[in-house]
Design a binder for this molecule. Structure first.
Ligand code: SF4
Ligand code: SF4
Length: 89
């Protein structure tokens, strides 16, 4: 399990990335397919530190992601498996 950023809510402010102890919240400034921040599910340790930092409540524990947002789990993972991942800032 991991935490998940709901891309339709994320405003790409970056606040969550600043507090992640394992530095697994990333974004791409160049790939327009991935305009928001995403959490690497392989590295996230489920500490929850990012959640209170988000001003728009866009971060959820994967187990709490509802059926209406379930595709976001794959969107976050794809950023790292097929998208820029850790390749940029
Ligand atoms: S739950 Fe913890 S490890 Fe996972 S993305 Fe948030 S701050 Fe990082
Ligand atoms: S704190 Fe929230 S709005 Fe800001 S980048 Fe993180 S998930 Fe997106």
């Amino acid at each position: 399990m991991a935490h998940v950023i709901l891309s339709k809510k994320c405003t790409a402010c970056g606040s969550c990335a600043d507090v992640c102890p394992v530095d697994c919240i990333k974004h791409s400034s160049e790939d327009s397919q991935y305009p928001k921040f995403y959490i690497d599910p392989e590295t996230c340790i489920d500490c929850g530190a990012c959640m209170p930092e988000c001003p728009v409540n866009a971060i959820k524990d994967e187990k709490d992601v509802g059926s209406e947002d379930i595709t976001e789990v794959e969107v976050n993972a794809k950023f790292f498996s097929e998208g820029p991942g850790y390749g940029e800032d």
